[in-house]
Write a protein that binds this ligand. Sequence first.
Ligand code: 13P
Ligand code: SF4
Length: 317
Amino acid sequence: VVPDAAWRDEVRRLAEQRNAVILAHNYQLPEIQDIADHTGDSLALSRIAADSAADVIVFCGVHFMAETAKILSPGKTVLIPDERAGCSLADSITAEQLRAWKAEHPGAVVVSYVNTTADVKAETDVCCTSSNAVDVVRSIPADRAVLFCPDQFLGAHVKRVTGRENLHIWAGECHVHAGINGPELAEKAAANPDADLFIHPECGCATSALYLAGEGTVPSERVRILSTGDMVKAARQTSSRSVLVATEVGMLHQLRRAAPEIDFRAVNDRASCRYMKMITPAALLRALREGRDEVHVDPGVAERARGAVRRMIAIGQ
Ligand code: 13P
Ligand code: SF4
């Protein structure tokens, strides 16, 4: 399938016929981002899914995102163009492991990143995304211990910003972001001394970025730890002519659209998420034609997970 004008017309026609809204995460292929009704980060897309009047949500992203949409809108049909689109970070903790961890810390508040399965969300007090993780943790009384899972780099970032000693962090990671490392960032920053650094907090290099700022190698106001949605906002506001971007490379498309005059470069141009890229033009067309793959979440699990997801959506509005 070639993503040409005929493909675009057919996708739009079928979406209208099904009363479907097409949502695309910022890491999707450029042609998928361009055809979507809405493109954004995981928090923005969760909010849109919750508010949508469409009968069908076609989620161009990974499975936990489509599951989150289903948890919020159990009466809607939620489709993911390829259900094999998983997430190595979501796979780094199971509900059973979380229950065992909770048993070791009775009374602790569980904060789970939205990159988790519905079963893990059902064991969670409040979910967060990279854009509101700090606000979510700040909303918890200081004397309550917090169990933060599953991403160790986001957890370390939140701990650094909040200064919270009673925050326990699960040792999970995303294989794509963990691979964007400190030495690579330092080398690119030295070669591009005038560039801003936009760093996703899931990256292995997030601590190194702050170190570069701390030692004055890069002026601290140029080092920004941002969710993918906040990167787009920052791109519109910066006066820099060049930006080094540490996250999945699909992000560059949205950034270049937002600020065409800026030279955006990946810190690691091999940082591509194979799961995100399973959502191909052919898969999107098939989803709309055949109504698959439909996402199902056990109603009991969804019921228990819904409170945690709703609290996430309410915090950091
Ligand atoms: P955000 O879109 O919330 O920044 O998340 C990044 C991510 O890794 C999603 O898979
Ligand atoms: Fe999961 Fe990482 Fe892919 Fe995001 S980039 S979907 S966290 S594996």
